[in-house]
Design a protein around this ligand. Structure first.
Ligand code: IMP
Ligand code: MG
Length: 177
């Protein structure tokens, strides 16, 4: 089997490019069907969601606005409790139907912090779309509206996700061996 070394860890194939892209196409169609006529404002969470978002918007073709935020919590393979806001919320959120686009929800803390901030902006609605979800790690009880795929707690890289800044450019998802 193919093995890829990143720093001190070895990764093996987990979700192929073909599979992840068909999952993303399904999510895009769900979002489209659910949000007709709303002109949603997508809030893409950098850095990890860049590749998911790029693929999502090749299928999602309704009128929408796309903005970016950068909230970070991760160091190495452990989620930390500290969230840094490197690019904050955009202007003009009041009254908007916001759809957050995230790479992966693990403990759920970073998404909770972002949602709490959004609620202060008097948005009309907040929905969450995540490419991947680790249900066994999730510590909150808010609703996740669109989930690409549920996975176990193993650490993964690729398709935008990194291990200490490396591996984001891989077109498939790999799991630590
Ligand atoms: P949470 O706050 O614990 O939900 O962590 C969410 C963030 O941690 C995600 O947006 C990712 O950027 C990162 N993350 C969580 N799990 C993984 C993983 O398996 N590989 C790479 N990054 C991850
Ligand atoms: Mg992320």
């Amino acid at each position: 089997m193919k093995k890829i070394q990143i720093l001190d860890k070895t990764f093996v194939p987990f979700i192929s490019q073909e599979e992840i892209e068909s999952v993303i196409e399904r999510v895009a169609k769900e979002i489209e069907a659910d949000n007709k006529g709303k002109r949603p404002l997508f809030l893409v969470v950098l850095n990890g969601a860049f590749m998911f978002a790029a693929q999502l918007f090749k299928t999602f073709q309704d009128p929408c606005e796309i903005q970016f935020v950068k909230y970070t919590s991760y160091q190495g393979t452990e989620s930390t409790n500290e969230i840094k806001k490197l690019i904050g919320l955009p202007e003009g959120l009041a009254g908007r139907d916001v759809i957050i686009v995230e790479d992966i929800i693990d403990t759920g803390l970073s998404m909770k912090v972002l949602c709490d901030d959004l609620k202060k902006e008097k948005v009309n609605s907040i929905k969450i779309a995540t490419m991947l979800f680790k249900p066994n790690s999730f510590r909150y009880d808010y609703k996740i509206d669109y989930i690409g795929k549920e996975i176990g707690n193993d650490f993964i890289v690729g398709y935008g996700l990194d291990y200490d800044f490396y591996g984001r450019n891989m077109p498939e998802i790999l799991v630590v061996e």
